[in-house]
Design a protein around this ligand. Structure first.
Ligand code: GLU
Length: 324
């Protein structure tokens, strides 16, 4: 990595109200980029066409901007590795999927949804995870070519040797799955470090395998512990509201929210809690991250917000924001 400029990204899926967890991961990536003099990139991961909407995408962009974060490449501003929206990158994934097939690590599968449904019924009934039964694994190359030429719908599955299972790479509509698009885009966008939530940890072996099958070098992976409620349960809408806009509407200043989230990453002495984003960048040390769990403590956020209102925002500024 010595001579490579650091490039990190936030890769939200526009499938719901922008979550404070996205701001948390985005802030980490932003601080990491700034600390290394690198680039912070925004990529929209909308391979799930049924759940992604342009409205939610706009909300993600607005919410991150409200937080005070800015990116040097993204769907709104373009950049050298665009487009930055996966639905517009469909043509870029095909050759990578084909390479995996050519290398013998993937295969075309023509199984109909009905057949797959039947295949999955028995293991499901027995409480076991359904597994692809390898029906199309041994198809001859000529048969595959013929059936494709005849327009029969198919998907591409990747063979996973250690588990004896297969992973879907390309869906019947020609769109790659999250795993495939994520790996190809991180490669094409020259991402050097991937910092994301711990819920993606179980995807790492699959991602490494895809990199390996494509003969590509994987980026450095970092997985951040999820933000939790005080009782250590996962931050969820049932316990605490989770949307960024909710906190904005309640009168929390973006500076206070960023300050609150930033304190999860840095080590500070007592009395140094009030931090601007620039101060967070200065105090951010990837080699010496805060090891305490990220507890979403509303009282602390409230206290920080009060400090911000008193110390860093003039009356005029406050009035103009309230009126805005
Ligand atoms: N689209 C994924 C998400 O919404 C991105 C995961 C990643 O950063 O690799 O969290």
């Amino acid at each position: 990595m010595a001579n490579t400029a650091t490039r990190v990204r936030i890769a939200p899926s526009p499938t719901g109200e922008p979550h404070v967890g996205t701001a948390y991961i985005a802030l980490f990536n932003y601080l990491f980029a700034k600390k290394h003099g690198g680039e912070f990139i925004l990529r929209i991961e909308d391979t799930d066409a049924t759940r992604s909407t342009p409205e939610f995408e706009q909300k993600v962009l607005d919410a991150l901007k409200w937080c005070g974060l800015s990116w040097s490449e993204g769907p709104d501003i373009g950049g050298p590795y665009g487009p930055y929206r996966q639905s517009e990158r469909k043509h870029l994934y095909g050759p990578y999927v084909e390479k995996i097939v050519e290398n013998g690590h993937g295969f075309r599968c023509f199984c109909t949804p009905e057949r797959l449904g039947e295949m999955r019924a028995a293991p499901r009934a027995a409480g076991k995870p359904p597994k692809y039964d390898g029906h199309c694994l041994g198809l001859k190359a000529e048969e595959v070519t013929e059936r494709m030429a005849a327009g029969e719908p198919s998907v591409v599955r990747m063979k996973i040797p250690t588990e004896g299972t297969c992973k879907l790479l390309l869906k019947a509509d020609g769109m790659p799955t999250y795993h495939m698009a994520n790996v190809v885009d991180d490669h094409l966008m020259k991402i050097t470090h991937v910092a994301r939530g711990e819920e993606w940890l179980s995807s790492v072996p699959k991602h490494i395998l895809i990199y390996q099958y494509l003969g590509l070098e994987p980026p450095v992976f970092m997985h951040l512990s999820l933000m939790r409620n005080a009782d250590k349960s996962k931050l969820s809408k049932r316990k605490n509201p989770t949307s960024i806009s909710y906190y904005g509407a309640l009168g929390f200043l973006p500076e206070a929210l960023m300050n609150f989230l930033g304190l999860f990453f840095i080590q500070i002495a007592e009395g140094e809690e009030l931090q601007t984003i620039d101060q967070l960048v200065t105090n951010f040390d990837p080699e010496n991250l805060n090891k305490a769990g990220a507890i979403f403590d509303l009282q602390k956020l409230d206290w920080l917000n009060g400090r911000w209102l008193q110390a860093n925002i003039s009356e005029m500024e406050f009035v103009s924001r309230v009126l805005a």
